[in-house]
Design a protein around this ligand. Sequence first.
Ligand SMILES: NC(=O)c1ccc[n+]([C@@H]2O[C@H](COP(=O)([O-])OP(=O)(O)OC[C@H]3O[C@@H](n4cnc5c(N)ncnc54)[C@H](O)[C@@H]3O)[C@@H](O)[C@H]2O)c1
Length: 377
Amino acid sequence: MPIKPIRAAVIGCGAISDAYLSNLTQRFVGIKAVACADLDEEKARTQAERYGITARTSADVLSDPDIDMIINLTPPAAHYSVIKQALLHDKHVFSEKMIAVTLEEGRELVRLADERGLRLGVAPDMFLTGGIQTSRYIVERGLIGEIQSANVTVNRNLDVFGDILPFLEQPGGSMPFDYGCYHMTALASIMGPARRVSAFTRIHSPERTRLRVTSPLFGQTVTHTEPDVVTAVVEYASGALATVNFTGCSNVDEEPILDIYGSAGILRMGDPNVAGSSVRLKKPSQPEVTFPFTHGFLNESRGVGAAEIAWSMKAGRPHRASKEMGFHVFELIHGMMISAAESRPYEMTSTFTVPEPLPEGYIDRGFWGPTEESALI
Ligand SMILES: NC(=O)c1ccc[n+]([C@@H]2O[C@H](COP(=O)([O-])OP(=O)(O)OC[C@H]3O[C@@H](n4cnc5c(N)ncnc54)[C@H](O)[C@@H]3O)[C@@H](O)[C@H]2O)c1
């Protein structure tokens, strides 16, 4: 039976739009990007030509009854207004991370989507990819026993990244929100909701001059207002604990650690920002082994969260990259900032239902294998 795809329009045709547009025009069957828009019309035209879709204005796609879903790929400062406008125009939305900049904006968007009965999903959708789903498989089959604690360490050099994507130095785009969210979302999808968090933070080099001579921003002085060195302890509702270390002023090459310690083993989840990152398991007194992937989406799979929403709409079930989980992780990272600013533990106000794992075995093996997308049905 031919499948009628959900028709999507991308708003924001910048750096990450290639990954989305290539997957949403060529890879998935349940959703198809048919149009794109950007404040910079030239960028929209370029991407439209490259992916064989139509370049339009945001207002135009929002008022088109044939567009079912908006894929929001704008910088964080625009997320609130783009998502809100899309919901007010009765569009379902999948948005890049994070849901908004302030907690109040995020809460309002969650409420608005509920009031209007619309789907709202938020990135990172990487927790649906092979490494993290395989990690979950390991945990749920009891291979590490009962989860006791986790260790997150994330490094990046904002002095380099900020020159390329200036929103990374602005509220909502700082390192804990932009990058730490991958690790905290991966943990959330396995360890469930957090109860409270305590943190210390600092801002590295509050004033810095951009030194990349090829950048149009060369020579400008930028003031860092956002904490980007963060050490936190999270207590999960399950009783498990996590230590978190985000360092935005270190090596430019990222060396993330995402380990879960259980009563019967240690799980090393690899890089939650890289879909095919290997998963390692260490059992007591045994050498560490690389675990075979049990799930597909082992390459650049951004857009899988939106595709999963499309299939969940057809099936009439909740989608996995939920606004509730997205908001909870957003609140947790804000909670780190609030805890540090007010010298007290921050008690979480939100919670979420842990999304169902994807079924195992849908690993792309070419013509004879099952299709990866069948895991989303
Ligand atoms: N760059 C990456 O590697 C990467 C990876 C994963 C996720 N993301 C996320 O994707 C989003 C976009 O990131 P990016 O790197 O592509 O940014 P970018 O700055 O390269 O592109 C953003 C685009 O959005 C457009 N835009 C801004 N406000 C708009 C509005 N109100 N209406 C229409 N268009 C608007 C800009 O003109 C620009 O072309 C961010 O939320 C980011 O966190 C980026």
